[in-house]
Design a protein around this ligand. Structure first.
Ligand code: SF4
Ligand code: FES
Length: 248
């Protein structure tokens, strides 16, 4: 395939960025989107030009670092896949592909296609954990009964990889889907109930502090989420938040 890439180039956080055009040839349908960018970068390096900077790590859909806005969609046109799992067969010979970083005030651009998503880390640090007494009297987690439905729902919420596509898809740059997945995975388990009140209050407060927008129930986040995290988690977090506020 021959393609025309329009890629966001930005030297650093302060610099003004712009879309630059790169023609590319010899792209196979079986290549992943990141392998296609590797081919581009090899060519740029051979010509003595600066390669395009983009985030990636596992390249198998589990780390959440490969976050690109591809033709206006987070993780591109396929469904339930991350950018590293997106294959070039989703595109046609002669296509123009626009590649940008995830856009949100709380995700400032570091360079080219890489954004700073440490705001997500700070939301996690505000409550995305359980405190366990490891003094020797700890109850074995396997001895606490959990009903199957709650265990499954908790596991589904825990599959959120923190990629940020939900934020990039949202017209308000809301982080409600991410935060609600992290709240839900604990709220559904007995081990998570002990700190449930302070968890939801603290995580929502941190989310607001980071500058994410409000949820207006558009649902774009659920559609673009590579892990199929359900909007039901947002409803659960709202219920948790309301009862925690009343308790507080
Ligand atoms: S909810 Fe989905 S889109 Fe949002 S960070 Fe988690 S995995 Fe990514
Ligand atoms: S590189 Fe890890 S999810 Fe894509």
């Amino acid at each position: 395939m021959k393609l025309t890439l329009k890629i966001w180039r930005q030297k650093n956080n302060k610099a003004k960025g712009e879309l630059k055009t790169y023609p590319i040839d010899g792209i196979e349908g079986d290549m992943s989107f990141l392998e296609m960018l590797d081919v581009l970068n090899e060519g740029l390096i051979n010509k003595g030009e600066e390669p395009v900077v983009f985030d990636h790590d596992c390249r198998e859909g589990i780390c959440g670092s490969c976050s690109l806005q591809i033709n206006g969609e987070p993780h591109g046109p396929d469904r339930l896949v991350t950018t590293c799992q997106l294959h070039m067969r989703m595109f046609n010979d002669g296509d123009t592909i626009v590649i940008e970083p995830f856009r949100a005030k709380a995700f400032p651009v570091i360079k080219d296609l890489v954004v700073d998503r440490s705001s997500f880390d700070r939301i996690q640090q505000a409550g995305g954990f359980i405190s366990v007494n490891t003094s020797g009297n700890t109850i074995d987690a396997n001895s606490i009964p959990v009903n199957k439905h709650d265990a499954d729902e908790s596991f589904n919420a825990a599959t959120c990889i923190g990629c940020g596509a939900c934020v990039a898809a949202c017209k308000n740059a809301s982080a409600m889907l991410f935060t609600s997945a992290k709240v839900s995975q604990f709220a559904l388990l007995p081990q998570g109930r002990i700190e449930a009140t302070e968890r939801v209050l603290n995580m929502v407060a941190q989310m607001d502090k980071e500058g994410f927008g409000n949820c207006t129930n558009t649902g774009a986040c659920e559609i673009e989420c590579p892990k199929g995290i359900s909007l039901e988690n947002i409803a659960r977090m709202n219920r948790e938040y309301l009862s925690a506020s009343l308790e507080g």
